[in-house]
Design a protein around this ligand. Structure first.
Ligand code: PMP
Length: 455
């Protein structure tokens, strides 16, 4: 690597308290040779914790059907499934009456949330949310909240919107814990306070928060929490919606089918169904016991390592990387809630003169670094951050340099967490610096909207 911007020295021990699989994977470079793969796309899907993988491998020989079988392994699997629910309940610090429902993902959980809303609910949601938190409310009355420019303003905007809320009408504020674009932490506890004062509930999109920060439902004062296993080192297809039991209990089941139904009777004009109560009401079909077990294993691992050391390490990596990027004049790191807002290990940026898709392809092909480019399923937010007119195309794979003054239409995102070696982030900074200065070494072309190296 020819360019090494000066990086701050630090006392922090970059040891690896929670190792992940894949640390020894090498990938070919288009320019020849192989390098260790720098996985910097944790915000999309993180690698698997070694302990999660070990737990899953130990369990799988004993896997059996859940909730239905009479056999020993069915009973064992049912016990483990329910214990996993208990682990999640403790991990989130749930209230006694809260339910923990296993879902497929955050998207699934938030769609379930929309499906269980009492009739006439008004939803309040920031236009800056991830599409999974923005779109499920389309069939509900909803108020779109404008983008704030500070954490304080975010609370004020909620307060203003809820000033007109009729306390007799059910209300729900949907807010993210940490942005998947900027990594910035939102003032969740403060927003909850304002929402509750106005008689509304709060659902927290914790997809990006859970892997990085302790999330306590009572401390944050939220009513519901949604998150995914695959962003917290347990990519086996499970997610969670946890929170207040009453709306879940009173709603029609999210899916109709076995498991959710207690009794089905054939009548003259169809069926009469007695639905289950509790989490089973919304978990029709055979549950993903391996996914739930893996997700609970990740909860245990994060808890037993303790967030203090994880956060200290991540904070040091974050500061080092931001300082490195700040030393490259062509780089602009994206931020909504201004630069002083605390962040998790998610950094989106643009490089002057560079199409972000091109940059991401070069980082992969010439440096073995896996980042993400695009609008990260948060189109309104990214358009806002890039100052683009709303009708510009969403994706652009063209490798041509941008004309002077031309704005990029998308960004590059690097994201990291447990198991990320400091070398991966240093390589990112050094590679971006070299590309900003010297350009790509290889030639690229657009194929199906993506930039690919010409071979
Ligand atoms: N919310 C946020 C903040 C996210 O980052 C994501 C995933 N990028 C989601 C929701 C959706 O998560 P999933 O794809 O696991 O459903």
């Amino acid at each position: 690597m020819s360019v090494q911007p000066s990086l701050p020295t630090t006392e922090v021990e970059y040891g690896d308290p929670l190792p992940v699989l894949g640390a020894d994977v090498t990938v070919p470079l288009v320019t020849g040779g192989e390098v260790p793969y720098a996985a910097l796309d944790y915000a999309a899907s993180s690698p698997v914790l070694r302990s999660v993988w070990n737990d899953v491998a130990s369990y799988v020989p004993y896997y059996g059907s859940v909730h239905r079988g009479a056999g020993y392994l069915s009973q064992l699997s049912t016990d483990l499934f329910e214990q996993s629910r208990q682990t999640v309940r403790e991990f989130l610090g749930c209230r006694g009456e809260d339910e923990v429902v296993f879902t497929r993902s955050t998207t699934d959980s938030l769609n379930m949330m929309a499906a269980i809303l009492p009739a006439g609910t008004r939803v309040y949601v920031f236009e800056t949310e991830h599409h999974a938190a923005l779109l499920p409310w389309r069939d509900t009355e909803f108020t779109l909240l404008r983008a704030p420019s500070t954490r304080h303003e975010a609370v004020e905007i909620v307060a203003e919107a809820l000033a007109g809320h009729d306390p007799e009408q059910p209300g729900l504020v949907c807010v993210t814990g940490a942005s998947n674009v900027t990594g910035e932490l939102w003032p969740v506890a403060e927003i909850s306070e304002v929402a509750h004062a106005a008689g509304a509930r709060v659902v927290l999109d914790a997809a990006q928060l859970v892997p990085h920060r302790p999330v306590d439902i009572q401390e944050l004062g939220v009513d519901y929490i949604a998150f995914s296993g695959h962003k917290m080192y347990a990519p086996f297809g499970a997610g969670v919606l946890a929170g207040r039991a009453d709306w879940l209990r009173e709603a029609e089941p999210y899916l109709a089918g076995g498991g959710a139904s207690r009794r089905v009777v054939r009548g003259d004009d169809g069926f009469s169904v007695e639905w289950q109560q509790g989490s089973a009401r919304h978990e029709a079909g055979s549950p993903n016991v391996v996914g739930a077990y893996a997700l609970a294993s990740a909860c245990r691992a994060l808890q037993s390592e303790g967030f203090d050391s994880l956060m200290a390490r991540e904070e040091a990596l974050l500061r080092r990387t931001l300082a490195g990027l700040a030393a490259i004049p062509q780089v602009k790191v994206l931020s909504l809630l201004n630069d002083s807002a605390p962040r998790v290990g998610v950094i989106s940026f643009v490089v002057e003169g560079w199409n972000s898709s091109h940059l991401a392809s070069v980082l992969s092909a010439e440096h073995g670094i896996g980042v993400r480019d695009g609008m990260f399923c948060a189109h309104p937010l990214v358009r806002n951050l890039l100052g683009n007119a709303p009708d510009q195309p969403d994706e652009c794979g063209a490798p041509e340099p941008l004309a002077p003054g031309e704005r990029p239409v998308n960004a590059v995102r690097a994201s990291f967490g447990a198991g990320t070696p400091v070398e991966h982030l240093d390589r990112l900074v050094a590679s971006v610096a070299q590309l900003a200065r010297d350009g790509a070494r290889w030639t690229y072309r657009t194929e199906a909207g993506r930039c690919v190296p010409v071979r």
